[in-house]
Write a protein that binds this ligand. Structure first.
Ligand SMILES: NC(=O)c1ccc[n+]([C@@H]2O[C@H](COP(=O)([O-])OP(=O)(O)OC[C@H]3O[C@@H](n4cnc5c(N)ncnc54)[C@H](O)[C@@H]3O)[C@@H](O)[C@H]2O)c1
Length: 271
């Protein structure tokens, strides 16, 4: 990673889903910008080793956490404060999706996705608020373009991510008086697990996204952490309740037929 200004020096960040994918990328960025970072995840991992190239182990901490349990999230916040003395920035990022439509999805699966994404965010913010009040800190949630529009088959994920966006707005409204800012990042498709068998390396998918994305490719993890860092920084001190779409322009297009090609064909036919 290139040397970055230490704009988060002295700050303490808690990232859920922080040991892999987007969460790990975000954790690495805050560490590179001088923060201490706690990765809270249901998956056990050697977080210090995963970020050893950007920060010394003293500025890192891992806590096993299940975001679907308020008690577990309260423990993650308590461990953060015990280890680093405070909490400045919360990144409730843990999330997952599954496929199936309304008639076929098992009810338990529908509830599992909502539990992780919607209840998870609620529990994280509830547990962190007392600490964020003390630091006049801020929260950057992980939404998705799936909270702004829909595709086929992801069912509960669309509702869950739309809830993340509107909850982020609501929390910005409610807790602005405490000096706490809330913003959301809404990524488009991100190849967060590159390598053999990766969903977004399936040739048909890659070809499709290259065609329909103005920037011509599927996203990578490194496309996102700077957006989180900006929103959590003083550079965004007057920004709250907003959703920043980071999708290479994928959702810009209305989906209408390219009428320019019709006009061209008509004018050619007319000679
Ligand atoms: N990859 C994409 O295309 C994409 C696009 C838009 C939004 N997102 C969102 O970004 C976030 C991260 O996704 P990712 O692609 O890095 O996926 P990922 O699977 O790599 O990371 C998700 C992390 O959340 C953790 N997690 C899952 N359930 C948990 C629980 N109950 N308690 C604690 N941790 C839990 C997982 O262990 C994992 O480390 C998710 O919220 C996802 O919905 C992803």
């Amino acid at each position: 990673m290139t040397k970055l200004p230490l704009r988060h020096a002295g700050r303490v960040v808690l990232v859920t889903g922080g040991v892999q994918g987007i969460g790990l990328g975000v954790a690495r960025r805050f560490l590179a910008e001088g923060a201490s970072v706690v990765a809270a995840d249901i998956v056990e991992a050697d977080f210090a080793a995963a970020v050893a190239d950007v920060a010394r182990a003293e500025r890192t901490h891992y806590v096993k956490t299940d975001v679907t349990s308020l008690e577990s999230v309260e423990n993650a916040v308590a461990e953060t404060v015990a280890k680093f003395g405070k909490l400045d920035i919360l990144i409730p990022n843990a999330g997952t999706a599954s496929f199936g439509d309304i008639e076929t999805v098992p009810v338990a699966e529908w509830q599992r996705i909502l539990d992780i994404i919607v209840n998870g965010q609620f529990f994280c913010v509830r547990a962190a608020l007392p600490e964020l009040r003390k630091t006049r800190g801020n929260v950057v949630t992980t939404a998705s373009i799936s909270g702004l529009g829909v595709n086929f088959s992801l069912n509960s994920y669309f509702g869950a991510k739309a809830a993340v966006i509107n909850m982020t707005r609501y929390m910005a409204l409610e807790y602005g008086k405490d000096g706490i800012r809330f913003n959301a990042v809404a990524p488009g498709p991100i190849n967060s697990h590159p390598g053999p068998g990766a969903l977004f390396e399936y040739p048909e998918l890659e070809k499709h996204y290259a065609e329909v994305t103005p920037l011509g490719r599927v996203g990578i993890v490194d496309d996102l952490p700077g957006v989180y860092s900006f929103l959590a920084s003083e550079d965004a001190s007057w920004v709250t309740g907003q959703t920043i779409v980071a999708d290479g322009g994928l959702t810009l297009w209305t989906g209408e037929f390219n009428l320019g090609t019709v006009m061209e064909a008509q004018s050619q036919a007319a000679g």
